[in-house]
Ligand binder design. Structure first.
Ligand code: ZN
Length: 249
């Protein structure tokens, strides 16, 4: 029998975990069930949730690629905290006090964009890797115009999304239900948020990219929302951060 080329293994894409250990654990269990061992982190590991240390430790020891988001940058002092609304500021100050020196140093070393030949990871957008929300075609077209790889994965909005370039400067949204086959042209993909979804579905949102067949599967995973809320309340974090988890907003 001739040797067949071994397919490149699937990789899970997790964004905006936001210190939600319960959501991350549920997603990791689902990854195990599907025998997906690789994962990429698209930033905002911390902020809002009650388990920043556990999430940072998981990312730094198991993620194959990892970028930072605006919350990671604020918590590590790389961005001024007054850029945040009061409840996000309270959470960031609490988070900074929870991380030990090693966790803080590692988080501070992550960058908000990681360019690579096939898949670029960026937290917010290619025009502004830290702050810009890609919510519509104008922002999506601007980022696709700057894309140097066929696929750019982003997060930050906490809403799953996909856009593709149909002609130079012309883009179209693509539905994010189930499995998407990535065709020619440049693509922008957002897996949604693991730890604080904002599209009305409170289940953890993430994706699995299969490089061997050029497909991405958008996934929702139920998790122990009540457990995450109890931890947020026990930590004395703003009530809004607990309440919103069950609404998925
Ligand atoms: Zn976020």
């Amino acid at each position: 029998m001739p040797d067949r080329a071994r397919p490149v293994p699937q990789v899970a894409i997790l964004s905006d975990i936001h210190a939600n250990r319960h959501a991350l654990d549920a997603v990791r269990e689902e990854m195990n069930r599907r025998e997906v061992t690789r994962w990429w982190c698209v930033g905002d590991m911390v902020g809002y949730g009650a388990a920043p240390g556990a999430v940072v430790d998981c990312a730094r020891t198991t993620a194959e690629r990892c970028i930072s988001g605006n919350h990671d940058l604020v918590v590590t002092g790389r961005l001024p905290i007054d850029t945040f609304a009061s409840w996000a500021r309270d959470a960031a100050e609490w988070t900074a006090g929870e991380l030990d020196a090693d966790q803080t140093a590692w988080l501070a070393g992550c960058q908000p964009v990681d360019r690579e030949d096939t898949v670029t990871l960026v937290h917010a957008s290619l025009r502004d890797p830290v702050w810009e929300y890609i919510n519509g075609p104008v922002e999506a077209a601007a980022s696709l115009g700057l894309a140097s790889s066929p696929i750019t994965v982003f997060g930050h909005t906490h809403v799953p999304a996909a856009w593709r370039e149909v002609a130079h400067g012309e883009i179209t949204p693509v539905p994010t239900f189930g499995t998407l086959t990535i065709g020619p042209g440049r693509w922008l993909l957002n897996p949604g948020s693991v730890g604080q979804p904002r599209d009305g579905d409170p289940r953890a949102a993430w994706a699995i990219y299969d490089p061997s067949v050029g497909q991405i599967e958008f996934i929702r995973t139920p998790y122990d929302i009540a457990g995450a809320q109890a931890d947020i309340r026990a930590a004395g974090l703003p009530e809004l951060l607990a309440a919103r988890l069950e609404e998925g907003f």
